[in-house]
Design a protein around this ligand. Structure first.
Ligand code: NAP
Length: 247
């Protein structure tokens, strides 16, 4: 479904980003991906994907929250791969705390890594998309950005911001055939959620109509649809991937 396309995926050394890279490579895409500090994991993943699917894969250590670094990254990806067709703004962190105890640093880190990063990379890739008169941008939001959550005000604000950003970019770039959509995963089993208390996890799963946590492949498959030509008339939308948790 993505044969010959180049995808830039932020935060793909593990978790959902890694799952997206695997599904995209399986579907013929060349993969440029970023990570923050997992150098060994990223290098191993590079060789693994290339060997398994025969596509071009390169990992870049690049802080998505750094405006200048995002521009250098996008330029380097164009040098290495020739173009960028798909941008997945997936990199994200949590720094959970009730607002009463939340530090300015916890707030700023989450907003910068989860939300400013998407602005940085959309701006950095825009030149290429406009030149190509084509592009698909996918922003990773969360059901927490739709519903809010006690103890996650910074995270919820960053993820709600992703939805507003997505709709605005869709309106700004639609006339140039550049699409922008958001995914809002619910409870997906990755390192990010592995630190949750067992009872919290049990209660969450109990409240999900499909009675299970999501997998990274569940998210990656929706991403594949939005990145591919199967969704050429879809832009500005948010798809919840949450087993029916949010309706
Ligand atoms: P994860 O397992 O913690 O992985 C996070 C990824 O982001 C890693 O590859 C990490 O690189 C990278 N990263 C962190 N900070 C970065 C930075 N400043 N610049 C570039 N890359 C950075 O997280 P996940 O669960 O896969 O979540 C991925 C996305 O989905 C996030 O945006 C998250 O908010 C969203 N999401 C997750 C869930 C869930 O249930 N898991 C639900 C809804 C939404 P290193 O390995 O180098 O640290």
């Amino acid at each position: 479904m993505l044969k010959g396309k180049t995808a830039l995926i932020t935060g793909a050394s593990r978790g959902i980003g890694k799952g997206i890279a695997e599904v995209f490579a399986k579907n013929g895409a060349n993969i440029a991906f970023t990570f923050a500090s997992s150098v060994d994991k990223a290098r191993a993943f590079e060789s693994e994907l290339t060997a398994q699917y025969g596509v071009k894969v390169k990992g870049y250590q690049s802080d998505a929250s750094d405006f200048k670094a995002a521009h250098e990254l996008a330029d380097q990806v164009v040098v290495d791969f020739g173009t960028i067709d798909i941008l997945i703004n997936n990199a994200g962190i949590t720094r959970d705390s009730l607002i009463m105890r939340m530090s300015e640093e916890q707030w700023d880190d989450v907003i910068n890594i989860n939300l400013k990063s998407a602005f940085n990379l959309i701006k950095a890739c825009m030149k290429t998309f406009l030149k190509n008169r084509s592009g698909s941008i996918i922003n990773m939001s969360s059901v927490i950005g739709i519903n809010g959550n006690a103890g996650q005000a910074n995270y919820a604000a960053s993820k709600a911001g992703m939805i507003g950003l997505t709709k605005s970019v869709a309106k700004e770039l639609g006339s140039r055939n550049v699409r922008c959509n958001a995914l809002a995963p619910g409870f997906i089993q990755t390192e990010m959620t592995s630190t949750l208390d067992e009872n919290v996890m049990k209660n969450w799963i109990e409240s999900i109509p499909l009675k299970r946590g999501g997998t990274t492949t569940d998210v990656a498959n929706a991403c594949l649809f939005l990145a591919s030509d199967m969704s050429t008339y879809i832009t500005g939308q948010t798809i919840n991937i949450c087993g029916g948790m949010v309706m």
